[in-house]
Design a protein around this ligand. Structure first.
Ligand code: TYD
Ligand code: MG
Length: 456
C-alpha cells in the first residue's frame, strides 16, 4: 500500500504543497495553507463505482463505437435557469452554484427543484444541510411548491446522503450547501478544505456512475474558516455564480464553466416576495429614468451576454483631489480598463484628469468585461469632467485603442436594434461597420474619440 504523506492545500486557489508556508506561492494568499491528507483514491473510487479489479475496468474504445444516444436534459421550465446550464440539467453531471450568503441560492434551487419534479415526473432530492426540513418546507410553501415528488432531506453526513440518493434514485439531487456536509471518517472539521474536497469527490463519482445529476450550492467566502467554492470548480462539469446587488432586486446567474454548453450565457431574475421571477425581457431594467434630463456623466451603452443584449447606463463622476493621490474607483467595470481610458482621454483629447478622483459605475450592479463599452465610459468621464450633460437618449458603443481610435465590435446590429426597440434616439458607433437601416434611431459612425466628443 502506498504511503500517505501529509500535504498542504491552499484554501484560496486549491494548489497543493509539500510543506507549510505562511504565503501560498501560487496565489499569494496569506495563511491559507491547511493540512491535507489524500485518502487512497483508487480504493475509494473502486468502492463507489465497483471496479475493484484492474481486469474488470473499462477498455479503450474507438470513438465511433461509443454509444451516443442523445441524452435528454432535464428541463426545469425556468427558461433563464435552463439557458445558463446550456438547455437544462445533463443527467449524471455535477454543477456548482456559488454566490454570496443571502443572495438567493436556496430560493433559486428550491424553485428549480419543484419545477424539475413536475416536468420530469421523477423524484428530486433536495438535501438541506443548513436549514431544518421544516424550515425548507415552510419556504417551499411560500414559494407555492407542493409537488410530492420533491423530497427534502435534512442531513449533513455524506455517507447517509449517498445512501439516500441510491435508494430514492432522483433525477437531480441538490446539496445545499457543500460547506456544511462532512464525512465522519476524515479527521477534519466540516467546511475545511479536506472535507469539502472529499465530500464533493464522493458525490461527483456517484453522479458519474448513476444517472442522477448533482447540484452543489457553495457560499463564496471572503476570509474565515470555510473553504470557498473555487476549490471544487475543477471537479464539477458546470460552474455558475449567482450574483447581484443586495440593494437591488435583480439577480444574475452567470455561467463560468460548462462542459455541455456555452459559458457566455446569463440568466436574469428578480427577487420578489414570492421568490425569484425570471426576467425574459431585460429591456430598460438597468437604465435609470432621468425624466429626459440626464445629469452630466451619464450615457447609455449596450453590452452583450451570450445571445442577449443588455441596455446599460454608464455613470461617471469626477471630483477634485490631491495631485498624485487621485482615486480611480469603479463598480461593474475593471479599474485597469478605466485607467487606460483615462490615459487616452488625457493624451489624445487633452483632458486634465491627474488631479481628479474618477468614479465609474454601471447602474444596477451589472458587471461588464467586454471592451465594447469603452466609448461610453470615455464619454461619461469627459461629460462629468466638463460638467456638460450629454444629449438624452444617446447610446455609445465601441472599443477604444490607445491612439484614441475606435475599433469595430461584434454584434453591432443587435445592439443598435435593441437600443432602437427601447426608444433610444441616437447611437454613436465605430465607423467602418456595414450597417443596414434601423428606422427611428439615428446612427452616427465615428472614427476617433475626439470626433465623438465634438459630435456630442
Ligand atoms: P436565500 O435563498 O436564503 O439565500 P442563500 O441561500 O443564497 O443564502 O435568500 C435569502 C434572501 O432572499 C432573504 O434575504 C430574503 C429573500 N427572499 C425574498 O425576498 N423572497 C422570497 O420569497 C424568499 C424565499 C427569499
Ligand atoms: Mg441558503
Amino acid at each position: 500500500m502506498a504511503k500517505t504523506r501529509q500535504q498542504f492545500l491552499c484554501n484560496k486557489c486549491g494548489s497543493m504543497h509539500p510543506k507549510w508556508m505562511g504565503k501560498c506561492p501560487d496565489c499569494g494568499a496569506w495563511d491559507a495553507l491547511q493540512p491535507y491528507t489524500a485518502p487512497a483514491h483508487d480504493a475509494r473510487k473502486a468502492a463507489i463505482i465497483g471496479t475493484s479489479d484492474i481486469a474488470t475496468g473499462a477498455d479503450a474504445m474507438p470513438i465511433s463505437r461509443i454509444e451516443q444516444d442523445q441524452i435528454a436534459r432535464y428541463e426545469s421550465g425556468i427558461g433563464e435557469f435552463d439557458r445558463v446550464l446550456g438547455g437544462g440539467v445533463v443527467p449524471g453531471s455535477a454543477t456548482l452554484i456559488g454566490g454570496d450568503p443571502g443572495i438567493g441560492k436556496s430560493t433559486l434551487l428550491l424553485q428549480a427543484a419543484g419545477k424539475l419534479a413536475a416536468t420530469t415526473g421523477r423524484p428530486v432530492l433536495y438535501v438541506t444541510s443548513e436549514e431544518s426540513a421544516r424550515q425548507t418546507a415552510m419556504r417551499a410553501r411560500r414559494l407555492e411548491i407542493s409537488d410530492d415528488r420533491l423530497l427534502i432531506l435534512a442531513e449533513t453526513n455524506v455517507q447517509r446522503i449517498t445512501h439516500q440518493i441510491r435508494s430514492v434514485d432522483p433525477c437531480v439531487a441538490i446539496i445545499d450547501s457543500i460547506q456544511m456536509i462532512y464525512k465522519p471518517d476524515i479527521p477534519a472539521a466540516p467546511g475545511s478544505v479536506t472535507q469539502l474536497r472529499e465530500c464533493c469527490m464522493e458525490l461527483v463519482y456517484l453522479a458519474k456512475s448513476s444517472a442522477a445529476a448533482i447540484m452543489f450550492v457553495g457560499h463564496v467566502t471572503k476570509e474565515g474558516t470555510l473553504a470557498g467554492p473555487k476549490l471544487v470548480e475543477h471537479i464539477v462539469d458546470t460552474v455558475a455564480y449567482f450574483e447581484g446587488d443586495r440593494f437591488h432586486t435583480h439577480r444574475i446567474l452567470r455561467c463560468m464553466k460548462n462542459r455541455f454548453g456555452s459559458t457566455s450565457e446569463v440568466g436574469l431574475f428578480e427577487m420578489t416576495g414570492g421568490g425569484l421571477r425570471e426576467v425574459t425581457d431585460p429591456g430598460s431594467l438597468f437604465v435609470e429614468s432621468h425624466g429626459g434630463n440626464p445629469p452630466s456623466g451619464s450615457i447609455l451603452t449596450a453590452a452583450t451576454s451570450g445571445t442577449r443584449v443588455l441596455l446599460l447606463e454608464v455613470q461617471a463622476l469626477t471630483a477634485s483631489s490631491v495631485i498624485g493621490a487621485a482615486k480611480r474607483k469603479t463598480s461593474g467595470v475593471s479599474s485597469d480598463r478605466v485607467a487606460m481610458i483615462i490615459a487616452v482621454l488625457e493624451r489624445r483629447c487633452g483632458l486634465k484628469l491627474a488631479a481628479e478622483d474618477v468614479f465609474v459605475n454601471i447602474a444596477g450592479g451589472v458587471k461588464v468585461i467586454e471592451p465594447a463599452i469603452d466609448l461610453a465610459i470615455a464619454l461619461a468621464i469627459a461629460s462629468a469632467h466638463l460638467n456638460r450633460p450629454l444629449p438624452s437618449s444617446t447610446l455609445a458603443v465601441g472599443e477604444l485603442g490607445l491612439g484614441g481610435e475606435l475599433r469595430s465590435i461584434g454584434q453591432l446590429e443587435q445592439r443598435i436594434r435593441e437600443a432602437a426597440r427601447m426608444g433610444v434616439k441616437h447611437a454613436l458607433v465605430p465607423r467602418g461597420s456595414p450597417l443596414g437601416d434601423f428606422g427611428a434611431i439615428e446612427v452616427v459612425p465615428v472614427r476617433r474619440l475626439s470626433e465623438a466628443m465634438q459630435k456630442l
